[in-house]
Design a protein around this ligand. Structure first.
Ligand code: NDP
Length: 470
C-alpha cells in the first residue's frame, strides 16, 4: 500500500524542494519563468492553509478510507487478499474470484526459518542503506523549518544485492527453493509489519506536535495506527519510512521474481519467454524507481502520509508478494508465447515506459529548473504560490500522464500470462483503482494549494488520466 493504500512508491517527480513544505497563501512570483496567463489565476480560492495541520485541524478534517471502520476492514482485507492471491497462483484453477482451493493451517504459515530469513534480509538492506551514499539529499522543509537528510544509495543497494545473490548462488545458495517459502515469508512479513506499526505508534505518542503527519493524528487510535501518526519516524539518522519505501520490498520483489525464474528453469529445463519478459519488465521498473530515488522525497507518501500500518504493510509485504503475482502464476501455469506476440508486448511496455519516464522527467526538470531548455518553451499557468503549472507537453495531454504510462506498463506485465485467467490481471485492476483514488487525493491537495489556478488547469486539460475517456 505504499501509495495510500497499498501501493508502491516509485519513480516520480523531483521537485524544487525549497518550494515544497508548508503551502501558505503567497504573493505570486514568476520564478518558474514563462508566466503567460492573466494574473486572475494567481488568486487563491482558499485562504492560506498550511499543508501540515495541527492535531486540532486534523481532527476537523474529513477522515479518509472510510474512517476507523474503513481502515479496520482494510487491515483485515489487505492481508487476506495477499494470502488469497498467493494461494490462488499455485492452485490448479488459479481463480481470482471465488474461495481459495484450501485454507492453510498455522503450521504451513508459521516458520521460524522464514522469520529468520526475513530479518536477515532486512538486516542486509539496513546495512546497505547505511553505506556511504553517492549523494545526500535534503527533504522538504518541515513544520519546524528544518529539513531532513536522506542517503541516495538505493540503486547501489540493488546492485550490491544482485552481486551478493550472484555470489551466493555460485556458492550453492538454493535460490530456486525460495518460492516454496512464499507463504511463511508473507506471514512473517505481515506479523513484522504489524509489530513495526505498533512500535511506531507507541513512539509517535511521545513525538512533538510538529513531527506529526497531517492525517494520522485524528485522535482515533485505530485510524491513526493505520495512517501513521508520525510523519518521519527516525532512530538517529535512520529514517524508517524512507528506508521501507523503496528498498526491502522493491528489491525483494525482483528477488522473488528471479527465484521463480530459477525454479522454472530447474523444473522445465529453461525459463519460458513469458517469465523472461515479466522478470525483465519488472526489473526495469524497480531499477528506474531506485535510479530516480530522490524523486520519492516529493511524493505524497513522504511529504504527507505518516508511517503506520498502511505504508509498513504496503511497502514490506504487499509489494513483494502481490506484485510478483505474474511470475508466481507463470511458474505454476506455464503459458505459450510466440515471438511476434512477445515483440508486440515489448512495444507496449516501451510505449508505457516512454510516457511514464517522459512525463515524470518533464515535471522533475520543470520543478528543478524551469529555465532548462527542454522545458523552457512549454506553456504554463502561474499560481499564487509562485510556482507554475505546465499546460503543454505531457502535462497538457492529461492531468496525470505518468499514471497513464504506468497503467500501460501494468498491462504489458500481464499480457505474457495469456488471457485464459483473470488472476495475472489483478495488478492492473488493483493499480487502476489505486491510481484513480490517488489522483482524486492529489487533486484535493492541488485545489488546496493552487485554488483558482488549478481549476483553470482542469478547464484547459479536462481529462485526468486517459485522453477523451477519463
Ligand atoms: P505525481 O508525480 O503525479 O505528482 C503529483 C504532483 O505533481 C502534484 O501534487 C503537483 O505537485 C505536481 N503537478 C501536478 N500537475 C502539474 C502540472 N501540470 N505542472 C507541474 N506540476 C504538476 O505523483 P505520484 O507520487 O502520485 O506519482 C509519481 C509516480 O509514481 C507516478 O509515475 C506513478 O504512476 C507512480 N506510482 C506508482 C505506484 C505503484 O505502486 N507502482 C503507486 C503510486 C505512484 P507540486 O505542484 O507541488 O509540484
Amino acid at each position: 500500500m505504499g501509495r495510500g493504500r497499498v501501493h508502491l512508491k516509485t519513480a516520480g517527480q523531483e521537485q524544487q524542494l525549497s518550494h515544497l513544505s508548508v503551502h501558505t497563501e503567497a504573493e505570486p512570483s514568476h520564478q518558474d519563468g514563462a508566466g503567460c496567463v492573466p494574473m486572475i489565476f494567481c488568486e487563491p480560492s482558499l485562504p492560506g492553509k498550511a499543508e501540515i495541520m495541527t492535531p486540532h485541524e486534523a481532527a476537523q478534517a474529513p477522515l479518509e478510507f472510510g474512517g476507523p471502520l474503513g481502515v479496520t476492514a482494510m487491515m483485515v482485507l489487505l492481508p487476506a487478499t495477499m494470502f488469497h492471491l498467493l494461494l490462488a497462483a499455485r492452485s490448479g484453477p488459479a481463480r481470482l474470484l471465488g474461495p481459495p482451493a484450501y485454507l492453510p493451517g498455522l503450521e504451513e504459515l508459521w516458520s521460524p526459518w522464514a522469520l529468520l530469513l526475513l530479518f536477515m534480509w532486512l538486516g542486509l538492506q539496513v546495512a546497505l542503506y547505511l553505506l556511504p551514499a553517492r549523494k545526500v539529499a535534503e527533504g522538504m522543509e518541515l513544520k519546524d523549518k528544518s529539513r531532513l537528510r536522506y542517503p541516495i544509495n538505493g540503486f547501489q543497494a540493488l546492485v550490491l544485492t544482485a552481486l551478493l545473490v550472484g555470489l551466493g548462488v555460485s556458492a550453492g545458495l538454493p535460490l530456486g527453493a525460495l518460492p516454496e517459502m512464499l507463504l511463511p515469508l508473507a506471514f512473517a512479513t505481515t506479523l513484522t509489519s504489524f509489530s513495526l506499526s505498533l512500535l511506531l505508534y507507541a513512539k509517535a505518542l511521545a513525538a512533538p506536535v510538529s513531527a506529526l503527519a497531517p492525517g494520522g493524528n485524528s485522535g482515533n487510535s485505530v485510524y491513526d495506527f493505520f495512517l501513521g501518526r508520525e510523519l518521519n519516524p527516525r532512530l538517529g539518522s535512520f529514517d524508517f519510512k524512507y528506508f521501507c519505501e523503496l528498498r526491502p520490498g522493491l528489491i525483494g520483489w525482483v528477488l522473488i521474481n528471479l527465484a521463480l525464474l530459477v525454479q522454472e528453469a530447474e523444473l522445465r529445463g529453461s525459463p519460458s519467454l513469458a517469465m523472461w519478459l515479466v522478470n525483465g519488465f519488472q526489473l526495469l521498473y524497480v531499477g528506474d524507481a531506485l535510479w530516480y530515488e530522490e524523486s520519492v522525497l516529493t511524493t505524497m507518501d513522504i511529504i504527507h502520509d505518516g508511517f503506520g500500518f498502511m505504508l509498513a504493510f504496503g511497502d514490506l509485504a504487499w509489494v513483494p508478494f502481490t506484485y510478483s503475482l505474474q511470475a508466481q502464476f507463470l511458474l505454476y501455469h506455464p503459458q505459450p508465447l510466440g515471438l511476434p506476440m512477445a515483440l508486440l508486448i515489448c512495444l507496449l511496455k516501451a510505449i508505457g515506459y516512454y510516457i511514464f519516464r517522459g512525463a515524470n522527467s518533464q515535471k522533475n526538470t520543470f520543478r528543478k529548473n524551469p529555465s532548462d531548455p527542454s522545458v523552457a518553451g512549454l506553456e504554463t499557468i502561474p499560481t499564487a504560490t509562485g510556482r507554475h503549472l505546465l499546460v503543454s507537453g505531457w502535462w497538457g495531454m492529461v492531468r496525470h500522464p505518468n499514471y497513464l504510462g504506468d497503467l500501460i506498463m501494468a498491462l504489458a506485465w500481464s499480457l505474457p500470462c495469456g488471457v485464459s485467467h483473470l488472476l495475472p490481471y489483478f495488478y492492473l485492476l488493483y493499480f487502476t483503482a489505486l491510481l484513480v483514488h490517488r489522483e482524486a487525493r492529489d487533486e484535493q491537495q492541488c485545489i488546496r494549494k493552487y485554488g483558482r489556478a488549478w481549476r483553470e488547469y482542469c478547464k484547459r486539460v479536462p481529462y485526468r488520466i486517459i485522453p477523451y475517456i477519463y
